[in-house]
Design a protein around this ligand. Structure first.
Ligand code: NAG
Ligand code: NAG
Ligand code: NAG
Ligand code: NAG
Ligand code: NAG
Ligand code: NAG
Ligand code: NAG
Ligand code: NAG
Ligand code: NAG
Ligand code: NAG
Ligand code: NAG
Length: 616
């Protein structure tokens, strides 16, 4: 979330880059009321901040070239704004939704109307509150800009016939948009004030959600003992995912597939109770411990102990950590078997956790990254930094059944947590249905159809810690070349800026030594803003090529990855890496480290802990 502070800084680039190519377009209106209510998305009740009663907020679904107007009524007890992540805001920088930079906050009880054109942008985006960390109280939603039909799609080359091509295009139109995010049992203000008091970075979350559905899934004790490496040394995951119950179920699924009439289950009216032989899930038990000082083992929520505290604080300053399994509903994603393909629009809309995503038994053909069509890449596991989006096409060529869509936090550096959540991809369910899934009863109910969830360890592509298994290809983010060739300008940049990112104190991160402070008067108001001449405001010439070399200071206190997002622009990711990067400009960099020919063109990239990235 502190990364949002970098966004504040970078958005200043908008100020001097005004274009105004307004085109004729349909005006699409939305009406948002943001308010507070009690909800239990993962089975645990807490106060949440909702848009129109929904978590996530309404999907904004518009066509390329449209103009968008969103009326926002703030009925929260706190300020808010809405940022449209990835939308360029050509000619409308004051609609970008960043307090102190592009607008004043929307105060409690007041309203603000956002209005902007989408130009030639298309694909899957998202929106979220940009005030403090409130987006993680659920003020977020998807923003889908349907590409013009005249654009050629990367996935068309998967078709063997015109019929199949039209099926693929229909699958794209029917795509399910899914917001994945980490989730905590406390309001973000509580989490963050504890951080600023104790200095313990709040990377440990309670669950992970898909479109606001999920459950608390505490790890078995042996996994907690083994630590983030799971102690499996690359062996298959049998013991990790196969409880006796799920083994029984997948056996049953196989029999159903073979057409054994004895296993056909009519769920119409009867209540079916399947007891787990071990009975561990009958009565959820709670464990409470102080975290083990042993570095390798994990606390009850699957996290290692925080590394840093402010002086005078230690682990005993934090609430006792607990984990209680829940059995709240998981998201069910209908897959139309007749169509043969399923498309998903995915975003990591979380606050702290990078995610790994896979679908049991299926490959994903990645066809868009941060909205833009890219050269197809067939993968089994996606890595998603915070804010990143991928659209994927999935061939429905497995046994008609249900399969887990898994999403797991990815432990790295100081951000150590092992936590996996699941949604369920269900073949041939014709309408979305939010079905109740309990640990002992892994069935999808729908209009008399019951389908067991396939839970065959041979179909699981990643470990519970998100690491891809052997022979399960992981997305290569450097190979995401734009599908419609969009090369960066060659030659030297007009300006190069080196941004050194440094954690200088337990609760302070800076770019080039200067901590960002939210201006009282938004920077778009020009010289009237108190921050117009601040060290954190960079003034750049328009119609110019700017390179930014971002790197984590060698002596930074943190060992974290940093998702980096630029407002108002997409950028070319010329290169990223984890080795030392002593170069001052792109011209000095060995050509093997950079791609100036067909680099990815997106709005969010990732710095590895102690790593670098060069964007143009
Ligand atoms: C938004 O909806 C609310 C509640 O239905 C209504 O009172 C308000 O007038 C609407 N605002 C706009 C701008 O449509
Ligand atoms: C929005 O706020 C303005 C005052 O700033 C008020 O005049 C207007 O009626 C409000 N609009 C709605 C729909 O509540
Ligand atoms: C939660 O459920 C898992 C899977 O059934 C089990 O291994 C674990 O021990 C349970 N944890 C708690 C705290 O109940
Ligand atoms: C995840 O677990 C596997 C299997 O034990 C291990 O090989 C891998 O290194 C672990 N990944 C991380 C990020 O710890
Ligand atoms: C943690 O801090 C408390 C006081 O805040 C102190 O009593 C205790 O000894 C400290 N524990 C450790 C392990 O340093
Ligand atoms: C399933 O796909 C077929 C073929 O594209 C289509 O005719 C049908 O309407 C789809 N069903 C649903 C529920 O979308
Ligand atoms: C299903 O489709 C994927 C992607 O094209 C392919 O890799 C896989 O071999 C197919 N599986 C079967 C059983 O046909
Ligand atoms: C940027 O560099 C190009 C090529 O050197 C030059 O033509 C252009 O005028 C420069 N732009 C600015 C704003 O200095
Ligand atoms: C990073 O911050 C530390 C602590 O303030 C400071 O000593 C160090 O010089 C900084 N490193 C860089 C490269 O700015
Ligand atoms: C801005 O940077 C200059 C040069 O490093 C420094 O002297 C000055 O104190 C900084 N200003 C602020 C407000 O930090
Ligand atoms: C294999 C199968 O049962 N296919 C059915 C899936 O659902 C569609 C309607 O949505 C039917 O037309 C198919 O026969």
């Amino acid at each position: 979330m502190f990364v949002q502070h970098f966004c504040h800084l970078l958005v200043a680039l908008l100020v001097v880059l005004l274009h105004a190519p307004l085109s004729l377009a349909a005006l699409r209106r939305y009406n948002f009321t943001i308010h507070s209510e009690t909800r239990a998305p993962d089975g645990f009740s807490r106060e949440v901040y909702l848009i129109n009663g929904q978590q996530p907020g309404p999907l904004i679904d518009v066509d390329e070239g449209d103009e968008l107007e969103v009326f926002v009524q703030n009925d929260l007890p706190v300020d808010t704004t809405i940022h449209w992540h990835g939308i360029l805001q050509r000619g409308t920088p004051h609609m970008d939704g960043v307090p102190g930079v592009t607008q004043y906050p929307i105060l409690p009880g007041t309203n603000f109307t956002y209005r902007f054109t989408l130009g030639d942008e298309y694909g899957f985006f998202w929106y979220h509150s940009h005030l403090r960390a409130y987006y993680n109280d659920a003020i977020r939603g998807g923003l889908l800009i349907r590409p013009s039909p005249s654009r050629v799609r990367p996935f068309e080359k998967l078709a063997n016939s015109d019929v199949e091509k039209s099926m693929l295009l229909q699958a794209e139109r029917d795509a399910t948009s899914i917001l994945l995010n980490d989730w905590t049992h406390e309001l973000s203000d509580v989490v963050w004030s504890r951080y600023f008091t104790t200095g313990a970075f709040p990377n440990c979350v309670d669950s992970v959600l898909a479109n606001g559905y999920g459950r608390v899934e505490c790890l078995p004790e042996y996994m907690l003992q083994a630590g983030p490496g799971l102690g499996q040394g690359g062996a298959n995951q049998m013991s990790a995912t196969m409880s006796p119950t799920t083994m029984a179920m997948s056996g049953m699924a196989n029999r159903m597939e073979m057409g054994d009439p004895g296993s056909t289950m009519d769920m119409g009216s009867s209540t079916m109770v399947m007891n787990s032989p071990t009975q561990t899930t009958e009565s959820p038990m709670s464990i409470t411990t102080t975290m083990s000082p042993e570095m390798t083992s994990l606390g009850p929520r699957g996290c290692s102990m925080p590394m840093m505290f402010k002086s005078g604080f230690n682990a005993s300053s934090l609430p006792l950590e607990t984990c209680t399994n829940t059995s709240s509903p998981q998201l069910t994603i209908p897959a139309n078997t007749t169509q043969g393909w399923l498309a998903l629009n995915l975003v990591n809309s979380g606050a702290v956790s990078a995610l790994r995503v896979s679908i049991d038994g299926h490959s994903m053909f990645v066809y868009a990254a941060d909205g833009l069509f890219v050269e197809l890449q067939e993968v089994k596991v996606l890595h998603m930094a915070l804010g990143q989006r991928y659209s994927v096409m999935i061939r429905l060529n497995q046994t008609a059944a249900s399969y887990f869509l898994r999403f797991a936090t990815f432990p790295v550096g100081d951000m150590q947590q092992v936590l996996e959540g699941q949604a369920i991809v269900s073949y041939n369910v014709s309408t979305p249905s939010w079905t109740l899934m309990t640990p002992d009863l892994r069935f999808v109910f729908k209009a008399g159809i019951s389908t067991a969830v396939m839970d065959d360890p041979a179909m699981v592509w990643m470990f519970t810690n998100g690491s891809a298994k052997l022979h399960a290809p992981l997305l290569d983010p450097q190979r995401l070349s734009p599908f419609e060739s969009t090369p960066p300008s060659s030659g030297a940049a007009n300006q190069t800026h080196v941004f050194t990112i440094n954690q200088t104190d337990v609760t302070t991160w800076v770019v080039n030594n200067d901590p960002f402070q939210e201006p009282q008067v938004p920077i778009v108001y020009g010289t009237q803003s108190d921050a117009w001449q601040a060290n954190t405001t960079y003034h750049m010439p328009s119609n110019s090529v700017i390179d930014i070399i971002m790197k984590v200071a060698d002596d930074s206190m943190d060992m974290m990855g940093h998702p980096m997002h630029l407002h108002g622009h997409k950028f070319w990711v010329l290169g990223t890496g984890s080795d030392p990067f002593p170069y001052a400009t792109v011209k000095d960099v060995p050509s093997s480290l950079l791609n100036l020919h067909n680099p990815p063109y997106r709005d969010t990239t990732e710095l590895t802990p102690s790593g670098w990235a060069v964007i143009r």
